[in-house]
Design a protein around this ligand. Structure first.
Ligand code: MN
Ligand code: ZN
Length: 416
């Protein structure tokens, strides 16, 4: 029926024969490449399975479109157009959004630091993508627009993460924020160490002091609603390299510590998507960013520092630095009188011990907000799992010499 009948006619019955012989069953991401006779429609037709209709969701479609991009790249093709058979439970806007996301995310690759093509991979970029509307063209366009903006934002986050520590420095993140500000009319403020001292960000500065790279404190604002409408504040951890400080990490896989700015990358990518979509809300992004290195100036186990909130912290472990830069960012966020604060961070290895690599851990003192985030994670298939944030855990942070310690021992490491 429908599109499949048309494809069958264009290929003189190839599709029908493939189905009859069981060469194509329609299971998820299964592919069949067909070649219509000369002059009959497109040069190539790729049929991709989506699995059972009732199990199709946005994630399945993203993977299906990603598969299409991979096949096109393998054949060194630069453009593709798609037709989706929509008997599954998604609106036209939803499948258009998933299609755009699948294509743009799959087409991303990081090659800016190579001087030569990788012989094992096709380096041909898919440059054009067309999606044939099912009838509601406006809905299709809207879905594509949203999907494109979100996927581009994600790709910016991936690019910033992929850049190594000597490229993506705190200064570089500040420059990227300024670039976004210019491009999308966002308000930008990038503070250096002097202004951070004036703000008394003692915890953040303590982490930064072991590195020659100057820290930055980035504030990006999107004003889409009335001025007095309380903003949503997004905070992202921006450790552009975390060697662990004096509590230095083992050498194996330490290169991966360039990813310790994943929260910052996510927040900056989100602000790009917001810049493109211009939603009618106020959003403030806050990125504290620095390096955590062990030199003669580095903070030492047992050092006591005063955070921007005025509380003292005993740094029992300099490798637990994310919380030290984020606490000052959270205190700073209070001046915006936000309606909600969402802080994202590569914060604890303990989180991976507890949950593995599939979900992220979610901690919140506001259950409706937590529920909204858990829901959003389900919708996007970027899932979260909530951990308790009970007062009892506070005991573990008691310090003999300061208001609190920066670590609370092995138990419930993510929570404390
Ligand atoms: Mn660390
Ligand atoms: Zn870290």
């Amino acid at each position: 029926e429908g599109i499949l009948a048309s494809v069958d006619a264009l290929t003189d019955g190839d599709l029908g024969r493939a189905l009859k012989r069981g060469d194509l069953t329609g299971k998820k991401e299964e592919t069949l490449l067909l070649f219509p006779a000369e002059g009959k429609g497109p040069d190539r037709i790729l049929v991709v399975g989506v699995g059972k209709d009732e199990e199709v969701n946005a994630e399945v479609l993203r993977r299906v479109f990603g598969r299409g991009v991979r096949v096109a790249e393998g054949m060194r093709l630069r453009s593709l157009s798609a037709w989706v058979e929509t008997s599954f439970p998604l609106s036209e806007a939803e499948y258009a959004q998933a299609a755009a996301e699948g294509v743009v995310l799959a087409a991303w690759r990081f090659k800016e630091l190579r001087t030569q093509e990788d012989p094992d991979k096709s380096e041909v970029d898919v440059l054009e993508f067309a999606l044939i509307s099912q009838g509601n063209e406006e809905e299709t366009r809207r879905g594509l627009f949203i999907g494109l903006a979100q996927a581009r934002g994600e790709n910016l986050a991936r690019t910033l993460q992929a850049r190594p520590g000597n490229v993506a420095t705190p200064t570089h993140l500040g420059e990227e924020a300024k670039r976004l500000g210019k491009e999308y009319g966002l308000e930008v403020r990038v503070m250096g160490p002097k202004e951070m001292e004036e703000e008394k960000m003692g915890a953040l500065l303590a982490v930064a002091q072991g590195s020659n790279q100057e820290p930055r404190f980035i504030v990006l604002e999107h004003r889409g609603a009335e001025k007095d409408d309380p903003p949503l504040v997004l905070v992202g951890k921006g450790l552009t390299f975390d060697a662990g400080g004096i509590s230095i990490k083992p050498a194996a896989a330490m290169d991966e510590m360039k990813y310790d700015m994943g929260g910052a990358a996510g927040v900056i990518g989100t602000m790009q998507a917001i810049g493109e979509l211009q939603p009618p809300i106020n959003v403030v992004a806050i990125v504290p960013t620095c390096e955590n290195l062990p030199d003669g100036n580095a903070n030492k186990p047992g050092d006591v520092v005063t955070s921007m909130s005025g509380q003292t912290i005993e740094i029992l472990n300099p490798d637990a630095e994310g919380r030290l830069i984020l606490c000052d960012a959270l205190t700073y966020s209070e001046r915006f009188k936000p309606k909600a604060v969402i802080d994202t961070a590569t914060l604890t290895g303990a989180c991976i011990v507890a949950l593995g690599n599939h979900p992220c851990g979610l901690l919140s003192n506001d259950q409706p907000l937590a529920d909204a985030l858990l829901d959003a994670g389900q919708t996007s298939q970027d899932r979260a799992w909530q951990l308790p944030l009970w007062d009892e855990y506070q005991e573990q942070l008691k310090s003999n010499f300061a208001d609190m310690a920066n670590i609370g021992g092995r138990e419930a490491g993510t929570i404390t």
